[in-house]
Ligand binder design. Structure first.
Ligand code: UD1
Ligand code: MG
Length: 473
């Protein structure tokens, strides 16, 4: 490791060579896609490679600039409490949005060529004679473009919120609802374009409720709740090096895997377009996220900031709402849902919630231990809460320390990371991150298995293996 700040913020010779080669190969592939129909999926892959290289280099170069601007944080789980750049998710978000904007022509390349006979002025569409002469702009898939643009608008809003939060530390009760505003463009497009608000009823309940149950406008409330939940839930499953990014990468990979299942069917699946759309958003996200993980993994050289957590959560919301698989997303966020429900005693103030609940670093052993909330004889939990805490302690869901008189001395903080340490004993920081990531992968794969296989036990059909599009997905 080099000690001078200038060399730690520049790329090594081999890194420069690797990034340069990757970029050159991707530019070549990208240029090649124009030979055919613009092959959007290949173009998206190539642009994701470019996004990785750009993001990797910019995170490295901009570190000192971020520190100078005050965007820095102390790594609390290290011997040397060094300050490192914070809010590097902002670099990812900017690179990602630029790449998505550059990508706009690709999925529409075929339509642009067909509609304008090689590109041209949209106004001409007004003249019927031109339409007859081969300009077919009325056939252009404006609704697909609207979906795409609404997604970009939504992600831009959330990036602004995240950067605002990293700069000004917005209070969580204020920032909680901002994702709900950010997702309005998505909901409008969903309403105009798809509009399905009914859910399939499981077979045992069908005699009472019928095959489909229309939730009506409540379905939009539900989607807004998913939009609020997803970004915030990633932000609170955080606090050790790498875990924010690794959980997001796992969710993105599993969503991409799920998309792949729909593209690989023997016949063109009716949901192919939705899943292609989802891939166009997930591949560049994976590109920027791997570049960030490289720098954020133990021992972290940068922090991701709230920008990354909100942004990642919103990418999942965008693809799952516009791809019409928001319930699948919920299955992939089971660890985050557990962490949120488990956190509620502290989030809702039943148990005091310190500013930071991340695991405690034991400087003597170099290992992480569960962080705690201390209690004093004067400040004890109210009787029903005390009963609840003792129950959780008995069930092995909390570490509770009592004195001889039965007074609470300390309880571990209510996060999944602390609970994992209660179960597994002290762990090194990277070991804990690996275990949480593996757990997220296993639970996610199980979620997908339930979605596509077990669903057949209680539903009539799984939309992956059917051609009947009348069943909402
Ligand atoms: C959320 C959690 C908080 C947790 C924090 C850690 C809730 C309600 N809030 O708050 O309990 O402590 O995330 O990210 O659950 N940090 C490290 N090592 C890391 C990552 C972060 O030491 O690997 C520290 C750094 O000092 C960094 C700070 O956490 O500057 C970032 O915290 P921030 O993201 O602002 O906290 P919140 O998202 O508000
Ligand atoms: Mg945070």
């Amino acid at each position: 490791m080099s000690s001078s700040s200038s060399s730690s913020s520049s790329l090594s010779r081999s890194e420069t060579f690797s990034l340069f080669s990757l970029t050159a190969a991707c530019v070549g592939i990208l240029a090649n896609t124009f030979q055919g129909d613009g092959e959007p999926l290949i173009a998206s892959l190539a642009l994701s490679g470019i996004a990785f290289s750009m993001c990797f280099a910019m995170i490295r170069w901009l570190g000192p600039t971020f520190i100078k601007a005050g965007l820095k944080g102390v790594d609390m789980s290290k011997h040397h409490k060094k300050e490192i750049p914070e809010c590097m998710g902002a670099v990812c978000a900017v690179v990602y949005l630029l790449v998505l904007i550059v990508f706009i022509p690709f999925p529409f390349y075929k339509d642009i060529v067909a509609a304008t006979s090689g590109g041209g002025n949209r106004d001409v569409m007004l003249h019927v004679e031109h339409v007859q002469q081969g300009r077919f702009l009325h056939r252009f898939p404006h609704s697909k473009l609207a979906s795409y643009l609404s997604a970009i608008l939504c992600l831009q809003s959330i990036a602004i919120l995240g950067i605002g939060d990293d700069l000004f530390d917005i209070r969580w009760r204020h920032k909680l609802f901002i994702p709900a505003f950010a997702c309005i463009p998505l909901l409008v497009v969903y309403f105009v374009d798809f509009g399905v608000t009914s859910i399939v009823i499981p077979i045992p309940l069908q005699p009472y409720l019928g095959e489909l149950f229309d939730l009506g406008s409540l379905y939009y409330v539900y989607m807004a709740c998913v939009a609020i939940f997803s970004p915030n839930s990633i932000n609170i499953l955080a606090g050790i090096n790498g875990v924010e990014v690794s959980q997001s990468i796992v969710v993105a990979l599993l969503l991409a895997f799920n998309d792949g299942l729909y593209l690989l069917t023997d016949y063109p699946h009716p949901a192919t377009d939705s899943h292609l759309f989802s891939l166009y958003f997930l591949l560049p996200f994976l590109g920027v996220s791997f570049a960030l993980l490289w720098h954020n993994w133990y021992p972290a050289k940068v922090f991701v900031g709230d920008t990354y957590c909100y942004f990642a959560g919103m990418v999942f919301v965008v693809v799952s709402i516009l791809g019409h698989f928001s319930k699948t997303l919920i299955l992939l966020l089971i660890p985050q849902i557990f962490n949120f429900i488990y956190s509620t005693p502290q989030l809702f103030g039943l148990v005091p919630c310190p500013r930071h609940r991340l695991p405690r670093f034991n400087a003597r052993t170099g290992l992480l231990e569960p962080s705690i909330t201390p209690w004093t004889p004067e400040r004890q939990p109210k009787p029903p809460i005390a009963w609840g805490l003792k129950m959780l302690g008995k069930l092995g869901l909390l570490r509770v320390t009592l004195d001889e008189e039965g007074n609470f001395v300390e309880t571990s903080n209510f996060t999944l990371l602390n609970l994992w340490l209660v179960w597994r004993g002290p762990l090194r920081e990277d070991r804990l991150a690996v275990e949480i990531t593996v757990m997220q992968t296993v639970v996610g794969l199980f979620g997908l298995f339930v979605r596509h296989r077990m669903a057949l036990l209680i539903f009539n059909a799984d939309n992956w293996s059917i051609t009947d599009t009348s069943v909402p997905v």
